[in-house]
Design a protein around this ligand. Sequence first.
Ligand code: MRU
Length: 349
Amino acid sequence: MSAEELPRTVTYDGGRLFFLDQTLLPIEVKQEEQTGIEQVYDSIKRLKVRGAPAIGIAGAYGLVVSMRDKKGYSFEDFMGKLRDNAEYLNSSRPTAVNLSWALKRLVRCAESAGESSGEDLFRLIEREAVYIHEEDKSICRSIGEHGAGLIRNGMGVLTHCNAGALATSEFGTATSPMYTAHSNGISFRVFADETRPLLQGARLTSWELQQAGLDVTLITDNMAAFMMNSGEIDLVIVGTDRVAANGDVANKIGTLGVAVLAKHFGIPFYVACPSSTIDMETPDGESIVIEERGDEEVTSFGERRTAPEGVKVRNPAFDVTPAELITGIITEKGILKPPFSEGLNRMFG
Ligand code: MRU
């Protein structure tokens, strides 16, 4: 199977919305129809659909689905409901800026139409959601074209969590340079961190890269230092949920540890993302809201409990890697190098 043929994360077809249920992967590949706003909220919250760009796309279509029986509303009533529903969906997960970015884009698109019928407003937001989805495809491909040159024959490339096709419309962000290098005939190995507690690296990244024919090796998170020390890793590429204006980057918990290790071993550490993940309104990493998730994700492994009842638990889902540990940020517009605040401001300010 090529990267193009991987199952689609989000599908909007003839007004019907489907998410690939990623909680079932890699055991089962199942598309689940999303019929209402509560279901979409729940699918995002429970990580049936996850990854920053994908939850932006999913949220946008979810908002469209929530408005499809409101076509008979007046302009004021339609806009009121649209804003309420956008706020509700936005509360499903706080860290990835792509969700609020996509929802705001739909609300602004309806606002800018001015006094119009509910029918017309619905058509506009539906078209905007499709644009967001289509745009993401070409953005992911451009990230791949800009980043592929970093990967050379014989390299070992480490990634963390899943910033792959499953986290986007297709190709992924961190994985897009890998897919492009692979189709350019470059021979390299990918090492996928397992990514505790929810195993996105094991369940999703190693699965999608293997399906697409890349040479992927799964390691547990605590093996990264060993692999780097033994000279098997030449490059790190990860995704991100939010890039602050100073270049600090939030990504899946454990990314900061990988970045510190990469610095110690002198290995380049790159972050790949679309411009929709760059949040110029957030000045620095300290201002990024980090999602805290339920204890059960840490006290069990799959269905099996692995910790004593009543033990105290922390479960931050993301961490922040400071700009000084980052070698470059790969976007659809090219690779930004430090000082990031200047480059980000020039390109996205
Ligand atoms: O909790 P998740 O699985 O949504 O976390 C995903 C990540 O941290 C990804 O690296 C990030 O969203 C970038 S996806 C292109």
